[in-house]
Design a protein. Sequence first.
Length: 245
Amino acid sequence: MSDTQPEQPKEPFAIRDYIAVSITLVSILGVLALAWVCIHLGKDPQTILSTVLPLIGTWVGTVLAFYFSKESLDAATRSVASIAKQLTPSDKLKQILAKDKVITKDQMFFKTTPESSIKLLETLDELEQKKKGDRIPVLDAQDQPKYVVHRSTIDQYLTAKARTASPPDLKTLTLQNLLDDYADLKTKLQSSFVTLNESATLQDVKAAMDAVADAQDAFLAKNGTPNEPIIGWITNNIIADNSRV
């Protein structure tokens, strides 16, 4: 990006510009005319001018203050707008700590292993009732991250089971059943997230997600490893929302 800024187009000479210039000129000419009259009529100019000049000075000062403050405000506004346009999404994300945007563990809807205890249909009902989005983090008993399961994955699995010749009772199906029926799904779910330390910025989170295929989620932990309790959860939607400029 070039450091040279395009020259700002000049505004046309507005009515307020004419008013400011006119008042200033009229005031100057008025003072000169008043002084000339006083001198030629033999009057004491000091008394007259000491009465009139403060009034004229205040008047002119007020007009000029308005005129130049308006110009300064316009210039400042243009400068701020120019800087905002130069700020890239990456620059903005670098300025935001992930811990300031994290979904804390207390705010999360999550499930805890063992997988055989997580009933799929019941989980979807809870997710719907609590209106917690479409993803279900799964933690172990030590609050360490194991999977992030998307609602669409569960929906597809339950639909496929319901369409079989002898469908099982859907209420009994668990996450363990899902993992057993799809051999490669466990590995995919375990690699669908990254873990970073609590000092990471949102740009660090985005870079870590981009480095892992299909990663859409991140967990924050004190030291940034998956083998410790999580502090909170960052989704790709949070990254997108905070990268807008």
